[in-house]
Design a protein around this ligand. Structure first.
Ligand code: HEC
Ligand code: HEC
Length: 453
């Protein structure tokens, strides 16, 4: 186990507070946060990928009676969101779900529809949408393929699994493929570099942790101050010059992301149990996950694979060649990625009640199952929506049906995507067995405490 640059820890011990110039540079700038919020929620940065009409035509591909988009925009939007696991936008978005946006309207370009960060980083819980909550229901593959087919085009078969289950996305491989098409100076290549990375699909981390982290991504190999690294998807079309022009905007967006806070647990908490649970947490969990409240300290620990024991595919999947290539580019000039593979970063647990399923691959549906490894299901059905009727207030997370038999190959893909199968690449549910030593009562107290974070 190792500690990384402990900037937050130093603030707490007051050392850096002695330096006024330092505290000035770290204090959040409300104007930048507001510019970032605007920039993220009102502007598309990619050219349109689909025609405006594709959104309304996708319903014809569902093999069921979809409400006609032209008869009731609202009913169609609800059915569209249900079908693809998307959520209504908590900001003005022209009737489109969060994650899709109209692009190219100004500047005379061809107008149409594009995805943005919130297709993965916009989620909902109990019917309320949040920017920055990971989208735990998205079927990204179906969304991209259906919109393309609705435009009478076909996507080439993907070289990797975008997602085999709802709510997990292979964002890493999208970046790898884009980066492999660029030279170190980011000029386009005719043939991709063979970088040898093989990453799995992942659960999406909430943005509200970013403000506490010194390093980010699940393996903690990137400095959390890196603005450029969160711009990698723009390699889909942008030149180095265009990326440089966008960087100040993404600096503001980064400030906005760091300002986000999790929603509070909406049901009652048994304070007596929670207080007992805090003691269990202090004994068993604080050394990796830190403390909470106004004086909370986050240790930013990256835990070796041999200790954490969770699915190794993500930690192993980033090849040395890929990291070395990334580090020769503009993206890494300020903050190169760490060459060393360690394991997984113990994340902050703020708002943990709202971010089920758990672990970096979303392989465990509830906190109860995370903290008692024998209860983790090998194959389970993910909920049809994030409505509270599917929420388990005792186990904390999503109610689930255990699926005993392997899904029949004749199951339509739309149905099959609801099944999370831990035997697939990268989706193992082992490891993190730190709760196994607790008694059932201690575990229940601990879960009560976790609701308060
Ligand atoms: C296809 C889904 C997808 C899209 C689109 C996407 N992300 Fe992510 N994002 C992820 C996943 C998955 C991770 C976890 C990656 C990992 O650690 O390997 C992640 C990680 C992050 C993190 C690190 C969070 C942390 O605490 O470690 C940031 C910051 C981030 N994304 C910002 C963005 C921004 C900004 C955009 C838009 C330009 C964006 N993402 C678009 C899926 C996506
Ligand atoms: C040795 C360090 C260590 C200890 C001790 C530890 N954890 Fe963790 N925890 C981690 C790491 C690392 C991860 C991320 C693993 C992954 O995603 O593969 C994690 C993940 C989690 C998650 C899932 C987070 C998410 O967003 O999906 C929860 C919840 C959690 N831990 C709670 C606890 C509790 C409660 C305890 C005490 C019983 C505890 N942990 C003890 C290191 C630790």
């Amino acid at each position: 186990m190792r500690r990384r640059s402990r900037i937050r820890g130093l603030i707490a011990t007051g050392i850096l507070l002695l330096s006024p110039s330092w505290s000035f540079s770290d204090s959040p700038d409300p104007a930048a946060i507001e510019r970032g919020r605007q920039a993220l929620t009102s502007t598309g940065y990619l050219k349109p990928a689909w025609s405006e009409a594709a959104y309304g035509r996708a319903g014809a591909l569902w093999g069921q009676n979809a409400p006609a988009a032209e008869l009731s925009a609202e009913a169609y939007a609800a059915a569209f969101n249900q079908r693809y696991g998307m959520h209504s936008a908590p900001f003005p978005n022209g009737g489109l779900p969060m994650g899709l946006r109209r692009a190219g309207e100004s500047g005379g370009g061809k107008s149409g529809v594009q995805i943005d960060c919130m297709v993965c980083h916009g989620g909902s819980i109990g019917g309320t949408s949040y920017v920055g909550l990971g989208n735990s229901t998205l079927d990204l593959r179906a969304l991209l393929y259906d919109l393309t087919q609705a435009d009478n085009r076909r996507l080439p078969p993907s070289l990797f699994h975008l997602n085999t289950a709802r709510g997990t996305m292979n964002a890493g491989m999208i970046s790898v493929v884009l980066l492999s098409m660029r030279n170190s100076d980011l000029s386009m290549r005719k043939f991709p570099l063979a970088l040898g990375a093989n990453l799995p699909e992942l659960d999406v981390p909430p943005w509200w942790h970013l403000g506490r982290k010194a390093t980010m991504y699940y393996d903690g190999r990137t400095d959390a101050r890196s603005v450029r690294s969160i711009m990698q998807f723009f390699l889909a079309e942008k030149s180095l010059e265009e990326l440089k022009e966008l960087e100040p905007t993404f600096r503001d967006i980064h400030a906005y992301m760091k300002s986000l806070k999790p929603p509070k647990y909406p049901f009652t908490v048994d304070e007596v149990k929670a207080e007992r649970g805090k003691t269990v947490f202090s004994k068993n969990c604080v050394k990796c996950h830190g403390t909470y409240g106004p004086d909370g300290q986050y240790p930013n620990r990256i835990v070796e694979l041999a200790v954490i024991g969770t699915d190794p595919a993500r930690a192993h999947g980033l090849s040395d060649r890929l990291v070395a290539h990334y580090n020769t580019t503009w993206f890494a000039e300020e903050y190169p990625a760490d060459l060393e593979k360690i394991g997984y970063q113990a994340p902050p647990l703020d708002g943990i009640w709202a971010t089920a399923p758990y672990l970096h691959n979303g392989s465990v549906p509830t906190l109860a199952a995370l903290l008692k490894s024998a209860d983790r299901p090998a194959r389970f059905k993910r909920p049809p929506s994030t409505g509270f009727e599917h929420y388990d207030q005792v186990g904390v997370g999503w109610k689930f049906d255990v699926i005993t038999d392997p899904p029949s190959p004749s199951l339509p893909p739309h149905e099959a995507q609801f099944i999370y199968d831990t035997s697939r690449f990268g989706l193992g549910n082992g490891g993190h067995r730190f709760g196994d030593v607790l008694s059932d009562d201690e575990r229940a107290d601990l879960i009560e405490f976790l609701k308060t974070l």
